[in-house]
Write a protein that binds this ligand. Structure first.
Ligand code: M6R
Length: 615
């Protein structure tokens, strides 16, 4: 799980690669490095730390001289983050240099063989093994770099997106992918390599996304030749026009991407249902569902697989699907599902949810489900991502790029897509009355405006954050549709502020966690009017009598909870099934402000990365 960038063309490579690495830091940020061919030799700088640390220590000659180069921002898998383990890595001769995103699982056995043949290793990485394997093949079989890469990759077990160049043949970069994304930007007599298209957006809108098990030789004069790594067959390049623009991937005046993305939610949700929902005609249209309607109508069960925040969105979907469409749902951690021997029946449908579309466990769960004959439907944000391609059909969330490591707009747009699907199916199955259906559509259409209103509690939330920022623990409670929101609120606080937090179904509290409550424990309770309001009010009383500090998320105008809780944060009223779209907003802001006040790196929390492309 790393970011890779490469350039070959007529411009200085260094600034392009450096800026590209900054855009890819969401993929990993524990070390960074860059290698530039200066017309004579390779100049390489690398360091533990972020791209800004690299910038400070980069060799002078790198920054000014060279039109071919590669760069890497790392999230360590093999070997601790330090200067030596950082990428790029040289081969023993110093002719070849590589950057790699992924894991070579059989690197130890390959390394033993290479050591026997006289190779030495400076780092603990699997990547240094791969570049020496490529060198060994190139020397022994007397083949060009492209062929050597291909032969070497056929000996490798694992996942990779790599870029390699050879200083003795500096008119080409060889790239390949299996399980990790790789895009090639095509400019005018120049080419860009990157883990996603953001590093080259200002230079070209034309890109090729390599498929798994494909490699490409990118030559300055002759262009791109793509082949299958296994059988050597040539592949016709499919050039896509990028829909992304620069504005979408910049902070746009916000202090952090997370805050920008929290504030983007009204528009993101609107974009999610744009063209799919018509209140006037009382219809929901989604191609992926319409094309497979028969299958959905016959579904005996839906199994949702996902990780992290996407798994929480899956839990919300469980309530919606069962409530509205009357289809039984099971929600599985992809990482558990993939290693079980799950029972999947003929009429089961698997829904995989993923913002990035690159999460390794979710991808593996999809492969397992497909191998058992399941029909797999994807709910992804990143267009053309591995999961979007691996599924049989799907619906994009259209949230726009999410760069902050903590998922925010991904969550609300996933719930929006899943609500649309549940509503469409409930109408087709006749499990919802036309009045209820219409009411849901009307309410859904009003959600962006209501999210905007929920965001107005910003200052109130900031003040609450200031009071509780030193807490060591925090509980989040919710019931029904808002139980997954409690889990999500706790996850947000944990991952960016490093405060221990747990989400619980409010009623479960008395089966254990209530013992934790004393005057030092803040407890965030979702206590909106629709749903199990009275029950939650009783739970709040139970907390109050144990002196816990209550921060309650309430419906606008609520006076009952206000009179009991220490703090209240209001959200607009909506249907119970849509309430997670509103109640989650204050929880995102609360963790954001606490983390900022604690001086944490909100967009790049420690030990994490945006997409988890390793097990
Ligand atoms: O890209 P995905 O939605 O598949 O990612 C799944 C999780 O890694 C992700 O939601 C993670 O939990 C977030 N950092 C949470 O904010």
């Amino acid at each position: 799980m790393c970011g890779i960038v490469g350039y070959i063309g007529h411009r200085e490579a260094y600034p392009i690669i450096l800026k590209g690495l900054k855009r890819l830091e969401y993929r990993g940020y524990d070390s960074a490095g860059i290698a530039i061919y200066d017309g004579n030799t390779i100049k390489l700088s690398k360091t533990k730390g972020k791209v800004e640390d690299l910038e400070k220590c980069v060799l002078d000659e790198i920054s000014t001289n060279g039109k071919l180069g590669i760069g890497h921002t790392r999230w360590a898998t093999h070997g601790v983050p330090n200067n030596v383990n950082s990428h790029p890595h040289y081969s023993n001769s110093g002719d070849l240099v590589i950057i790699h995103n992924g894991i070579i699982e059989n690197y130890e056995s390959l390394k033993k063989e290479l050591v026997k043949r006289g190779y030495s290793f400076h780092s603990e990485t699997d990547t240094e093994v791969l570049i020496n394997l490529i060198e060994d093949v190139r020397n022994n079989e007397n083949v060009k770099l492209g062929k050597a890469v291909q032969i070497a990759l056929n000996q490798v077990v694992g996942a990779y997106a790599i870029a390699v160049f050879d200083k003795t043949k500096p008119d080409e970069i060889v790239v390949a992918r299996l399980g990790s994304p790789l895009a090639i930007g095509i400019g005018d007599k120049e080419f860009f390599i990157a883990s996603d298209a953001t590093p080259f957006l200002e230079y070209t809108k034309n890109a090729i996304y390599l498929e798994d098990e494909e490699m490409a030789v990118v030559r300055l004069e002759k262009g791109i030749k793509i082949r299958k790594i296994k059988d050597d067959s040539l592949v016709d390049p499919y050039i896509q026009e990028l829909q992304l623009n620069l504005e979408q991937i910049e902070k746009g005046g916000y202090e952090h991407f997370m805050l920008k993305e929290i504030y983007e939610q009204p528009n993101a949700i609107l974009d999610t249902f744009r063209g799919r929902l018509s209140v006037e005609q009382a219809i929901i249209k989604m191609a992926g569902i319409e094309d497979n309607m028969k299958r959905f109508l016959n579904a005996d069960r839906i199994i949702i697989v996902a990780c992290g925040t996407s798994w929480h969105a899956g839990l919300v979907a469980e309530y919606i699907f069962e409530d509205l469409a009357r289809i039984p749902v099971e929600v599985e951690y992809a990482s558990e599902f993939r290693y079980r021997n799950p029972v999947i029946k003929e009429n089961d449908i698997v829904i995989a949810i993923s913002q990035s579309g690159e999460t390794a466990d979710t991808l593996a769960a999809i492969k397992l489900a497909k191998s058992k004959g399941a029909f797999v439907f994807g709910v992804c944000n990143v267009v053309g991502s591995s999961i979007a391609r691996a599924t049989n059909a799907g619906a994009y969330t259209h949230a726009g790029p999410e760069i902050g490591v903590a998922s925010t707009k991904a969550f609300t747009t996933q719930i929006t897509v899943l609500s649309l699907i549940a509503l469409r199916l409930s109408r087709a199955k006749g499990t919802i009355s036309s009045t209820d259906y219409r009411m849901h559509l009307i309410e859904l259409e009003m959600i962006p405006k209501k999210v905007e209103n929920a965001l107005k509690s910003d200052e109130n939330i900031k003040a609450i954050a200031a009071i509780y920022k030193e807490a060591s623990n925090c509980l989040y409670l919710g019931r029904g549709y808002n139980f997954p929101v409690a889990l999500e609120g706790a996850l947000k606080l944990k991952e960016i502020s490093y405060i221990h937090a747990e989400g619980y179904p409010a009623a479960e509290m008395k089966h254990g966690p209530i013992a934790l409550i004393d005057e030092n424990m803040p407890i965030v309770v979702i206590a909106t009017k629709k749903g199990h309001y009275e029950k939650v009010v009783s739970n709040i009383q139970e907390i109050k009598s144990r002196k816990g500090k209550i921060i309650a998320i309430v419906t606008e105008g609520d006076e009952t909870v206000k009179s009991i809780a220490d703090h209240t944060i209001e959200v607009p009223e909506t249907l119970e099934s849509l309430s997670p779209l509103l109640t989650t907003i204050p929880l995102q802001l609360l963790s954001y402000y606490i983390a900022v006040m604690l001086g944490k790196n909100v967009d790049q929390p420690r030990n994490l990365a945006k997409s988890v492309t390793v097990e």
